[in-house]
Design a protein around this ligand. Structure first.
Ligand code: ATP
Ligand code: MG
Length: 356
């Protein structure tokens, strides 16, 4: 098996569209890397360059020790699973899974062995004779996975493989993909714009925006210490509240005249300067003696939790609390937050103003 490394990889499409602007990234052998970001940020382009489906405008892509920039897709030893599954409608499930191996002149009994094994792992043994149109979306998704598995590739590449499934099936298949990847130990690169999928699947989470990497880290690192305001509001649901504030002095900021203590604050910030203060909805606590006062406009019920929407210091604010912890008819909340959970950002650069 093999890791993947990208060195200042760029893609410039015809018409001078710079879709990927110099991405460098190392993906360890056997690990699960997720590329996440909003629509149009260059995720698919990057994945397709690794697959060899797009030419590389600049930089270097390595699979294992081999630079693959000039190597044909079929010779890169990768298998890709697409959003639309790309199954052949006129072929049976068996033939769909066997197709790539037949093309490679794999012996017939070896093909049969691998297809049966993959079908067993994916629990699709009873559908092998059917055509794709006689399968549900989830079953088609499994066939597409099966076709990738039988190839025994060095690297799996996934481009939003679950986005055509309903919410429940998506969660189920997400767990299956994770389990499968752990069992097979194949290096995997997975593209999604769904931050929950990104958080739950990844060993390494890569947040992209505008053709560039915003942050790379473990899911918990990215969640706990977002390096930019973009990452702070993209990862986490509901998104982090961002409020305009002022630096009060060492270790303190104010929001709408209300003072707050902060652990992770850059030294030497000028007193009175503008700052953006980020508070996650799930990190604030309502109680009798909070530092911050919030007016509640309405409550959203999510079942296990409730979302209180309102205003704090003139800005929109959301609090998430276990259902029943806060009276549902509360009009005003007194909020407190652990100083370790207060995030500060530079209003100009939008970068984190944490300790160096
Ligand atoms: N063949 C092409 N020619 C010109 N521009 C392209 C081409 N393919 C993609 N682009 C542009 O490159 C940028 C990145 O596209 P890409 O498909 O990589 O985004 P993405 O992050 O996968 O988005 P999505 O989440 O919507 O799939 C977009 O601005 C897109 O319009
Ligand atoms: Mg895409």
């Amino acid at each position: 098996m093999a890791g993947v490394s990208l060195d200042t990889v760029r893609k410039i499409y015809a018409g001078n569209v710079e879709a990927v602007k110099g991405v460098s990234l190392g993906i360890e052998d056997g690990s699960f890397c997720v590329l996440v970001g909003p629509s149009g940020c260059g995720k698919s382009t990057l994945l397709r360059m690794i697959a060899g489906l797009e030419t590389i405008s600049g930089g270097e892509v390595k699979i294992g020790d081999r630079v693959v920039n000039e190597i044909e897709p079929a010779d890169r030893d990768i298998a890709m699973v697409f959003q639309n599954y790309a199954l052949y409608p006129h072929m049976s499930v068996y033939d769909n899974m066997a197709y790539g191996l037949k093309n490679r002149k794999t012996p017939k009994d070896e093909i049969e062995k691998r297809v049966k094994e993959a079908a067993r792992i994916l629990a699709i043994e009873s559908f092998l004779e059917r055509k794709p149109r006689a399968l549900s979306g989830g079953q088609r998704q499994r066939v597409a996975m099966g076709r990738a598995i039988v190839r025994k590739p060095q690297v799996f590449l996934f481009d939003e493989p679950l986005s055509n499934l309903d919410a429940k099936l998506r969660v189920q298949m997400r767990v299956e993909i994770k389990r499968l990847q752990r069992a097979l130990g194949v290096t995997s690169i997975y593209v999604t714009h769904d931050q929950v999928e990104a958080m739950t699947l990844s060993d390494k989470l890569v947040v992209m925006s505008g053709g560039q990497i915003e942050q790379v880290g473990s899911p918990s690192e990215v969640y706990r210490r977002p390096e930019t305001r973009f990452v702070a509001t993209f990862i986490g649901s509901p998104p982090m509240n961002i409020l305009p504030g002022k630096v009060e002095g060492n270790g303190r900021v104010s929001i709408g005249g209300q003072s707050l203590s902060v652990s992770d604050m850059r030294d030497g910030l000028a007193v009175g300067s503008d700052i953006e203060v980020g508070l996650r909805p799930e990190d604030v606590r309502a109680g009798a003696t909070g530092q911050l006062s919030m007016n509640v406009d309405f409550v959203e019920e999510l079942g296990a939790t409730q979302l209180f929407h309102g205003k704090l210091g003139g800005a929109d604010f959301i609090v998430q609390a276990p259902t029943g912890q806060i009276a549902a008819d509360a009009k005003q909340l007194s909020l407190s937050i652990d100083p370790a959970n207060v995030h500060l950002f530079d209003p100009q650069t939008t970068k984190r103003l944490g300790k160096a």
